[in-house]
Design a protein around this ligand. Structure first.
Ligand code: S3P
Length: 195
């Protein structure tokens, strides 16, 4: 029997089938906050990739970038995603650049449902403008740069996602609710297609 997790009507994960929920999206799209709410509502653990990588490395993301380089960070990210596909059901808050590697997208797609959180560049800017922990935006903290990088990454986010939830002007509770409903109907559709 395949291990896979689904979402029951009461919001709890169905065990017996192993399926993770991966939240992807640009920095500041709300992945970490929403994943914690989802984790509570679905009663499964949440893995915040950046936090987990910091724990593994024993240093902050900014230090990993500065001391070991971005390539090293991306390799750590890939290893973590690979292992998460095998772990018990959880909600995974992915780093904003995790979709850039094909192998990462493969790991996510085979591990579960991939949900894209989208937001406008203006919203993203408002959410990240005081952040000092995002090396990719170092020295580029402005809407124009964010907009250009979002445009460049857009095809990767679209290709990786099974469903998209718009986050502009929504509460985290609303976003979490939309994700739960979306994942449930996505899984039902997938299941019906197999029958
Ligand atoms: C990155 C996003 C960050 C973190 C790293 C690189 C990116 O995660 O993984 O700074 O390339 O978009 P968040 O999306 O959680 O900020």
């Amino acid at each position: 029997m395949r291990l896979e997790a689904g979402v029951q009507g009461d919001g709890r994960m169905r065990t017996g089938e192993k399926r993770q929920i991966y939240l992807i999206g640009f920095m500041g799209s709300g992945k970490s906050t929403v994943s914690r709410i989802l984790s509570g509502r679905l009663k499964v653990p949440c893995v915040e990739m950046d936090e987990e990588l910091e724990r593994q490395a024993g240093k902050r993301i900014t230090e990993i970038f500065r001391e070991d380089g971005e390539a090293c960070f991306r390799a750590m990210e890939s290893r973590l995603l690979e292992s998460l596909g095998e772990s018990p059901p959880c909600v995974v808050s992915c780093g904003g650049g995790a979709v850039l590697r094909e192998e990462n997208v493969r790991a996510m797609k085979s591990g579960g449902v991939v949900v894209l959180l989208s937001a406008s560049a203006a919203t993203i800017y408002e959410r990240v403008k005081n952040s000092r922990t995002r090396p990719v935006l170092n020295g580029h903290m402005n809407t124009e740069y964010i907009e250009a990088l979002m445009r460049e990454r857009e095809p990767f986010y679209r290709a990786a996602s099974d469903l998209t939830v718009e986050t502009d002007e929504k509460t985290v509770e609303e976003i979490a609710g939309e994700i739960i409903a979306g994942v449930e109907s996505y899984r039902d559709t997938q299941k019906a297609g197999k029958e």
